[in-house]
Design a protein around this ligand. Structure first.
Ligand SMILES: C[S@@+](CC[C@H](N)C(=O)[O-])C[C@H]1O[C@@H](n2cnc3c(N)ncnc32)[C@H](O)[C@@H]1O
Length: 220
C-alpha cells in the first residue's frame, strides 16, 4: 500500500484548500480539556502542526506521536525541531501503526483526528479496541472526523466525502470505502460522550469521550 508518503508534502494545503480553517478548528476545539501533566497519544497525526497547538493549549508531560508514514514523520520532526525546540524532550516520535501500541504504556489522552476514517467494519472495531485498551482509568479520547450532516448540505457532503474516499483509495491506498458510523463503534467501548461540536456546515465533527469502567475491550 502506498500510504501517505507521496502526498505528505501537500496534504495540509490540500485539506485546507477544501475545508479551510475548519480542519484546524475542529482539531483544536477540545485541546483545552487536556489536563496539565497528561500523557498523550496521537495516532496518525500527519505533518505535526497539531503538536504546537497541543503544547500551546495544554501542558502535557509526554506526547507519543505514532505515525505510519516516514514522510509525514520527517515533516513532523522537522516542524518540532523548528517550532518546539524546548519541548522535544517530551515528544516521543514513534514510526509505526496501531500494532506498535503493544510496546507502549497507557495514556491519559488518546487523539484520533481524521485517522479512524481510513478503516471500516471489523478492522475499525479492532483498531478502536486497541486504542481503548491503552486508556488509563478516567482518560479522555479526542476525536475529529468527517460526517454526513442531516441538513441541506447533505448532498454536497455526500459528494465531497465520496470524492475524498476515491482520491485517498487511489493515492494512499486506504482500505475504507465509506465513512463508518463512528458513534456506534464508540458506543461499544465503555466511553461516555462528554461534548461535541461541528464545523463546515456539519461536515466535520469533533467529540470528547471519557473512559468509564471497562467491560471487555482489552486489546487483542
Ligand atoms: C488523513 S491523514 C490525517 C493527518 C492529521 N491527523 C490531520 O488531520 O492533518 C491520516 C494520517 O494517518 C497516518 N496513518 C495511516 N495509517 C496509519 C496507521 N495504521 N497508524 C498510524 N498512522 C497511520 C497517515 O500517514 C497520515 O499521516
Amino acid at each position: 500500500m502506498p500510504g501517505f508518503d507521496r502526498i505528505a508534502n501537500f496534504y495540509d494545503r490540500l485539506a485546507r484548500l477544501v475545508y479551510g480553517q475548519a480542519i484546524v478548528k475542529a482539531q483544536c476545539h477540545f485541546l483545552s480539556q487536556i489536563p496539565p501533566g497528561s500523557s498523550v497519544l496521537i495516532i496518525g497525526g500527519g505533518t505535526g502542526w497539531i503538536l504546537e497547538k497541543i503544547i500551546q493549549t495544554a501542558s502535557p508531560s509526554y506526547i507519543c506521536y505514532l505515525e505510519a508514514s516516514e514522510e509525514m514523520m520527517a515533516l513532523a520532526k522537522a516542524f518540532a525541531l523548528e517550532n518546539l525546540p524546548h519541548d522535544l524532550s517530551r515528544i516521543d516520535f514513534q514510526l509505526g501503526t496501531q500494532e506498535k501500541l503493544k510496546e507502549l504504556g497507557a495514556f491519559d489522552v488518546v487523539i484520533t483526528f481524521f485517522f479512524l476514517d481510513m478503516f471500516q467494519g471489523k478492522r475499525l472495531g479492532q483498531v478502536m479496541a486497541k486504542l481503548r485498551g491503552k486508556m488509563n482509568p478516567g482518560a479522555i479520547w479526542l476525536f475529529a472526523d468527517f460526517y454526513h450532516p442531516t441538513n441541506k448540505f447533505r448532498p454536497i457532503a455526500n459528494l465531497l466525502i465520496w470524492t475524498m474516499y476515491r482520491f485517498f483509495r487511489i493515492v494512499a491506498g486506504i482500505e475504507a470505502k465509506a465513512l463508518p458510523d463512528f458513534e456506534a463503534h464508540f458506543g461499544q467501548l465503555s466511553l461516555e460522550k462528554m461534548g461535541e461540536a461541528s464545523f463546515f456546515h456539519g461536515m466535520i465533527v469533533t467529540r470528547r469521550y471519557k473512559s468509564i469502567s471497562m467491560k471487555s475491550s482489552q486489546p487483542k
